[in-house]
Design a protein around this ligand. Sequence first.
Ligand code: GDP
Ligand code: ZN
Length: 298
Amino acid sequence: MTLNGLVLKCIGGLYTVKTDNEIIQCQARGRFRKDGISPCAGDQVRIKKDGNSTGVLAEVFPRKNYLVRPPISNLDKLFVISSVLAPAANKLLIDKAIAVAELSGIEPVVVFTKADLGSAEELYRIYQRSGIECCVASVVSGEGVQQVRQLAQDGICAFIGNSGVGKSSLMNAAFPGLNLKTGEISQKLGRGRHTTRQVELYELFSGGYIADTPGFSTFDMERYNVTDKDQLILGFRDLNSYTGECKFSSCSHTCEKGCAVLKAVKEGKVPASRFESYVAMYNEIKGVKQWEQKSKLV
Ligand code: GDP
Ligand code: ZN
């Protein structure tokens, strides 16, 4: 029998697939490796059921989007989590995660956690002005938890942010049934960077899915397929809204005369930190390209 389903997780080559009525454990035959497709959580698939609740993956349907590490596809929203303090927020990391989401066609949502420890006002102002959905949250005071729950209840959502910023605590507070390990326990179990644990999607009562994404914390752009410096501006919606007025169509928006983005930054229309992140990322991508070119010459 052939059925369509959603891959919830993959452990050791065994895929857990949710169909309309049941959960089926599937093997993937060698074919996928040959085609260069590695099925992952979030994939919409066609399966052939061959037993009571077992089957074989037959086809992976085209993906809306795909993030490499950890592997997950078809995300609707990426929650970029940053604590106000402990650890202090890093705007470059926030902007990288937002850009990765934007360039992948995933809606970013920025959440400032641990608001009980310090003020999120400056951060909130920067991102709210950029037109990105933002919230301020604390699992201690309960602030923002309801808002996060509402924003995350549809589609497939994942939470990204460095270890210790409060991702698991916030997901647990918003969706108590998840019961994710937090803090010290999670570190002991190796939910940190070097973990081998895999992504897992949890179904919510609302019908949406939340991804538990251990190790979803490094924003190495090469890894996330952000390699085209000329496209990078599309990852910064606030800066991008000025590019139509730049004097040169080849403008890189980093230093040119007649650049409308630079002008907007100087006039205080766009937060300087957003522009600084853009330039840092632009130079990083340029560096990668140069290195690649050199290595090709050798
Ligand atoms: P993760 O690594 O991003 O999943 O972070 P955790 O959820 O494991 O939280 C890391 C640490 O921060 C734990 O000790 C939590 O108790 C603490 N923490 C999480 N959220 C908050 C918060 O809103 N306020 C305060 N004060 N501490 C928090
Ligand atoms: Zn420009």
